[in-house]
Design a binder for this molecule. Structure first.
Ligand SMILES: Cc1cc2nc3c(=O)[nH]c(=O)nc-3n(C[C@H](O)[C@H](O)[C@H](O)COP(=O)(O)OP(=O)(O)OC[C@H]3O[C@@H](n4cnc5c(N)ncnc54)[C@H](O)[C@@H]3O)c2cc1C
Length: 508
């Protein structure tokens, strides 16, 4: 019998457990056990549901959906019997706004990230200056040169976008879009790791606009598929459906893995035990390490320090503040059409990226050790983004009610990590009000704050090469697989694809 341990019960660990359990039920001679440090499974995948007389409010604690183009989350949801739960975003209202000089400007329609399908859509855009429009036109005209000079090596997302569209497009949409997904700095993020489709488009067509136009021609009159997909009762439904398929006796909560050692042909795994100082030790043939990168690096360092050094070192933290309002209060809220807005960071005198200056209040003021508000920070929009939740997906809130979700990242999120909810709620509410106009006061029972420290690993330039080397090191250790968001994609579909494929290979 093959004994397998999964360490970490987030999306990656649960998807691996599900696949192992399916194989066991089909008769595979395996004994798997899952160890999770916290008292609950799901990791970042979690939904808060608030039932009121008006109906149900769905507040996502972490991810709010997935990119439709990647089929693996949908496939799993279908397999789990969640067909009636799968919902597309409101594609007809898909529009992202960008905060420029205190005003929300819509991105032109029919754009894929920073690339327009149709130059005509840029004509009336208030977001771009004539110089950005000229840069877009030049990109299409220079397709042949761009194809001939496409780099054969990795580069930063910033360099890639600058080569195609110039500084204005990078600052206004390239950087905030990528920061919204990866929480990182476009000057260090690897284009090959985080935007592989765009690199392929360049290799094939030179111009990214030409590549999108070719795709659109291929599609013909078929409407584009909705960009995002989610689950009606929230993304936590996916974790709940996976957990329902797993025998509880194989799941060990509040069991933090703190040491992994080779003992002959077996792995010796040491974990804490809940509510005691006693430790537990068990032996396994194979370990699936599905922990966040900082934990994985810590466990791997004594086994192979060189391998551990290949794991992304930079991570970004996130803090989410979600506000729900019942119908009478929600009537005061007037939102522009769209899914939400992004806030480009501006450069300070030293050239470092900082949040936008903002007139008046709204800065995050941490509490000092006496619980008093600290010195007034310079007034800045420290938000990275906000989602108009009920405009993005159907059935998130009862008719006439509203949900807004604010997203903080980078140094602001780091500072908020140890703070109580109150100053975070105040900062989010003040900044949203400043940008969107008057909002009703937050309702404590309908407001959530979620902190996700070091949750997004940064795929720095050269990431794919480092992952290839890491694979070689891990293969040499034998009986060990790394899963989770540090390696081959941070999105929920990527994690599901890798976890399920790993288990199938392991058992084949
Ligand atoms: C704010 C935010 C929003 C996002 N939105 C989206 C989105 O809309 N769509 C999308 O596709 N992706 C999104 N992502 C990315 C995606 O959610 C994550 O990459 C993914 O959830 C990570 O899953 P995981 O299983 O790798 O890690 P986690 O979910 O972090 O799970 C790791 C688990 O390991 C456990 N653990 C840690 N240490 C130990 C230990 N020593 N022993 C045992 N267990 C341990 C943890 O408690 C945790 O349960 C978002 C990320 C963030 C931060």
């Amino acid at each position: 019998m093959k004994r397998i341990a999964i360490i970490g019960g987030g999306t990656a660990g649960l998807a691996a457990a599900y696949e192992l359990e399916k194989a066991r039920l089909r008769g595979a001679d395996i004994d798997w056990q899952l160890y999770e440090a916290s008292p609950r499974l799901g990791g970042l995948l979690s939904t808060t549901r608030i039932d009121t007389l008006e109906g149900r409010f769905i507040l996502e604690d972490g991810p709010d959906g997935w990119v439709t183009e990647k089929p693996w989350a949908r496939d799993l949801a279908l397999e789990l019997g969640l067909a009636d739960q799968i919902i597309p975003c409101h594609e007809e209202h898909r529009r992202t706004l960008i905060l420029i000089d205190g005003k929300l400007q819509p991105m032109p329609s029919r754009m894929r990230m920073m690339v327009p399908e149709d130059l005509a859509a840029l004509e009336g855009s208030t977001l771009f200056t004539d110089s950005a429009r000229a840069a877009y036109a030049a990109e299409l005209a220079n397709a042949t040169t761009l194809k001939a000079s496409a780099p054969t090596h990795d580069e930063s997302v910033a360099d890639f976008v600058l080569r195609h569209f110039g500084q204005e497009v990078l600052t206004k949409i390239g950087s905030p879009l990528l920061s919204g997904v990866f929480g990182g700095d476009v000057h260090t993020l690897s284009v090959r790791a985080v935007m592989p489709a765009f690199v392929r488009m360049e290799q094939e067509h030179g111009s990214l606009i030409a590549a999108l136009q070719a795709k659109s021609k291929e599609r013909g009159s078929r409407p584009p598929q909705p960009a995002f997909t989610s689950l009606r009762n929230g993304m936590g439904t996916l974790a709940e459906a996976l957990i329902a398929k797993l025998p509880p006796e194989r799941i060990h909560l509040q069991r933090e893995a703190y040491s992994l050692k080779r003992e002959g042909k077996l792995w010796c795994l040491r974990t804490t035990t809940p509510n005691t100082t006693a430790k537990s030790k068990r032996h396994f043939q194979h370990i699936l390490l599905a922990t966040p990168v900082c934990v994985t690096r810590h466990l791997l360092t004594p086994l192979d320090a060189a391998a551990a050094a290949l794991i992304p070192t930079e991570t970004s933290s996130a803090v989410l503040a979600a506000f729900a309002w019942p119908a009478p209060a929600a009537r005061q809220i007037h939102l522009p059409e769209g899914f939400g807005f992004l806030v480009p960071q501006t450069s300070n005198e030293a050239g470092a990226l900082v949040p936008q200056a903002m007139e008046g209040a709204g800065a995050f003021r941490p509490l000092n050790s006496d619980g008093e508000k600290g010195a007034l920070a310079p007034a800045r929009t420290t938000l990275l983004a906000a989602t108009f939740v009920d405009q993005k997906y159907p059935d998130r809130a009862p008719t006439g009610t509203r949900i807004l979700r604010a997203f903080f990242g980078g140094i602001t999120a780091e500072a908020m990590m140890t703070q109580p909810d109150e100053p975070i709620i105040a900062a989010a509410h003040e900044q949203l009000t400043h940008i969107l106009g008057p909002l009703p006061a937050p309702i404590p029972t309908m407001t959530t704050i979620r902190r996700w420290p070091n949750s997004l690993p940064q795929y720095a330039v050269g990431h794919l090469e480092r992952m290839a080397q890491l694979d070689i090191h891990i293969a040499k250790l034998g009986g060990l697989t790394l899963l989770g968001n540090g390696y081959h994609g941070v999105g929920i579909p990527d994690l599901i694809r890798d976890a399920r494929a790993t288990v199938r290979t392991l058992l084949s």
